[in-house]
Write a protein that binds this ligand. Structure first.
Ligand code: URA
Length: 211
């Protein structure tokens, strides 16, 4: 389902696994497994419009013109730290993808994004970038990450998350209206601490078992 440059991946497998993942009693290992599985399914949708090029290959029986993905390897930009759980799943489907990392933490008072690390692969002008963060909450980290990626002038940029809040979508689209958003669900709202309701809690803590 796609409106206003936001695609909700409403495939039953994604929705079922998301419900399992949200549950507060889900173990750390269960959370990791489900996050990886959902991320594989999400990246399948996100990469649906990648360009193909035709090359000659030989099967055991004949020569044929066979499709393969055009251009330099896709870049997954991991918004640390919770993006890691999604990037790992996506790499199972895109094993040759390059991985960039951006470290951003939320200032607890302003909820603004503060950068502490940034590294991208080279030759970005020939690459498609998928920016990855499970939670589009205030949208401040996603906006900051896309600001940085845009400066590297990639061929295209998409943003993918697991859950989005309406406030985060609005903030992101004010800053980057042309960047498509892919998510498994749009939740109700943010609470006063910037957490998504009903959400799933702190994605980083649940992924790394730090709470
Ligand atoms: N980050 C999280 O991990 N969870 C939220 O609900 C919001 C931001």
């Amino acid at each position: 389902m796609s409106t206003n440059n936001v695609t909700v991946v409403d495939h039953p497998l994604v929705q079922h696994k998301l419900s399992l993942l949200r549950q507060k009693d889900r173990s750390t290992s269960g959370f990791r497994t489900l996050l990886g599985e959902i991320s594989m399914l999400l990246v399948y949708e996100v990469t649906r419009d990648l360009k193909l090029t035709y090359r000659s290959i030989e099967t055991p029986l004949a020569t044929m013109q066979a499709p393969s993905i055009d251009g330099k390897k896709v870049v997954l930009l991991n918004i640390l730290r919770a993006g890691t759980g999604m990037v790992e799943g996506m790499l199972r489907i895109l094993p040759s993808a390059r991985v960039g990392n951006i470290g951003l933490y939320r200032d607890p008072e302003t909820l603004g994004a503060v950068e502490y690390y940034f590294k991208l692969p080279n030759e970005m002008s020939d690459r498609d970038v998928i920016v990855v963060d499970p939670m589009l909450a205030t949208g401040n980290s996603a906006v900051a990450a896309v600001d940085r990626v845009k400066a590297a002038n990639p061929r295209s940029i998409k943003f993918v998350c697991l859950l989005a809040a309406p406030e985060g979508i609005a903030n992101f689209q004010d800053a980057h209206p042309e960047v498509p958003i892919f998510t498994a669900a749009i939740d109700s709202h943010l609470d006063e601490h910037g957490y998504i309701i009903p959400g799933l809690g702190d994605a980083g803590d649940r992924l790394f078992g730090t709470k």
